[in-house]
Design a binder for this molecule. Structure first.
Ligand code: CA
Ligand code: CA
Length: 495
């Protein structure tokens, strides 16, 4: 049974990777001439995409040191870097197998080096090492925000990594290219890191709660499949199931709710409609869109979704206590939970009821695709230090490592998610494919927190309908912060 799931997941993932690469290839088609002439094209099997790295390269015993913080078991903690030995845990063994394959392919040993999370110890250590021109670390791993903030001064541009080929399906090209402030990309994300996949936003639903309220589980999946899973539809379900169940005239966490929202409800939902607070042009110049008519329209609709009719319970209703808020869903008093994928293995392990997973809803049926974003301050990114002694070697190792991760880490991650109470159904695999395959949104205003947009977004969840004036007021502050960061990025890159 376990084996079957593995195979099923692997097959679907291959489909996902294929569809990702088609979608991701589109924006860069015009510049993508190199891959056409690459000599390695001829050696690839017709049905398998393989890395175009030089033949016969072998770094006999080279230790590839990857620096992360020493956090364990949190949403941000890297769990996909090194495994000492096989121990029967599907994820651990996949890491072991990936590293073994890398060692056989290139003679490289992967080492996970952990620095102190406290007081940003590992970040400071990384900076010190780079400033000293030392190559102690081959890779620096942190959340996307931290990587973005330090990349121009301490990182090496992706263009300096000759064998990292972003057109390959094992790289999240959209995410990488959407961080290109000043036209330069540094941080990498792809099959080799899973913390960013865990940070992808999703809507979880309680299957028992749905059945008890006469909602067939298959209807929800079919809506997604038909492209009809929209905010209006989600809200209709929320209205149908919300009630003052204990009849005390007070609506609180002991009643039944349509949706338990996240403290990041606005930041996660706006991108799923195609909305944004900023866009980057192809030169990497940001335009702030925080107070455009479209953004205000989206925010107004979100405000009514979150506040009207007592159907959503927000983080502010539980005194900003996320655990308390999640307990409403876990204890079976809510239909939907706004979550990141990492909630499944971390927070929902002990949940009694079965639950399923859906992508974030569309704005309306005219929207072409579902759009998923990830928590920029939770999702990991990998950065090559400026002080790298041999960027070509690093790039070959990264390319091979990410390719090998598609065959090892990704199927194991699906298996891990599906082995939780989720989702032991084929539809869940299909939904995960949609979620992971639609991670295209990245907003620098949120990532850099220009104008304290993250704080403002939480305020927008409250019942005071002040977002339009707040956004108008904040537009200038965001623009000023954006300009400062843009100029700093250009300056650091040139130094
Ligand atoms: Ca990833
Ligand atoms: Ca009540």
């Amino acid at each position: 049974m376990k084996q079957n799931r593995n195979i099923l997941a692997a097959l679907l993932i291959l489909g996902m990777l294929a569809s990702c690469s088609t979608a991701e290839d589109q924006p860069a088609q015009a510049t993508d001439t190199e891959s056409v002439t690459s000599e390695a094209v001829t050696t690839a099997a017709a049905d398998e995409i393989t890395p175009d790295i030089p033949e016969g390269v072998y770094y006999d015993g080279y230790e590839f040191n990857i620096l992360t913080s020493d956090e364990e078991g949190t949403i941000r903690a890297s769990f996909e870097i090194e495994a000492e030995e096989e121990n029967g845990d599907v994820m651990n063994d996949a890491v072991y197998q990936r590293n073994l394959a890398l060692s056989e392919m290139l003679g490289v040993t992967v080492r996970h080096v952990q620095g102190a999370y406290a007081d940003n110890g590992w970040i400071n250590d990384f900076k010190k090492v780079v400033q000293a021109g030392d190559d102690a670390y081959d890779i620096f791993v942190a959340d996307q925000t931290t990587v973005l903030m330090n990349s121009a001064a301490f990182g090496l541009e992706v263009s300096a990594l000759p064998y990292v080929d972003l057109s390959k399906p094992w790289w999240d090209r959209h995410i990488i290219e959407n961080t290109a402030l000043g036209g330069k990309t540094y941080g990498l994300a792809g099959a080799l890191n899973l913390v960013d996949d865990g940070a992808a936003w999703a809507i979880l639903f309680n299957k028992n709660f749905a059945s008890n309220h006469g909602i067939p589980v298959d209807d929800l999946y079919q809506l997604v499949r038909d492209g009809k899973w929209t905010l209006d539809v989600m809200q209709e379900y929320c209205v149908d199931v919300s009630a003052d169940t204990n009849g005390d005239g007070i609506r609180d966490m002991y009643d039944e709710w349509g949706c338990v929202t996240s403290g990041n409800a606005v930041l996660a939902m706006l991108p799923s409609f195609g909305g944004n607070f900023s866009v980057l042009d192809k030169n990497g110049t940001p335009t702030i869109t925080a107070d455009t008519e479209q953004t205000i329209t989206y925010l107004g609709r979100l405000h009514s979704f979150l506040n009207e009719g007592n159907t959503c319970i927000t983080i502010l209703d539980t005194n900003k206590d996320s655990n308390l808020q999640r307990s409403i869903f876990i204890e079976g008093r809510a239909l939907f939970l706004q979550a990141t994928i990492s909630y499944i293995p971390i927070y929902l392990r002990g949940m009694q009821d079965d639950f399923g997973v859906l992508p974030y809803p569309k704005w309306d049926e005219n929207q072409k695709n579902y759009i998923t974003t990830a928590q920029e301050w939770g999702a990991s990114m990998w950065l090559v230090p400026r002080s790298a002694a041999d960027p070509e070697r690093t790039s070959i190792i990264l390319e091979a490592m990410s390719y090998l991760s598609t065959k090892t880490l990704i199927p194991a991650y699906y298996d891990k998610l599906l082995s939780e109470k989720t989702t032991r159904d084929e539809q869940s695999v299909e939904m995960l494919d949609i979620i992971f395959g639609s991670r295209t949104a990245y907003d620098l205003v949120i990532a850099y927190n220009w104008g304290d947009m993250r704080g403002l977004a939480v305020k927008l969840e409250s019942s005071d309908n002040t977002f339009a004036s707040e956004m108008a007021k904040n537009q200038k502050a965001i623009e000023a912060a954006a300009e400062k960061a843009y100029l700093a990025a250009l300056e650091a890159a040139e130094s």
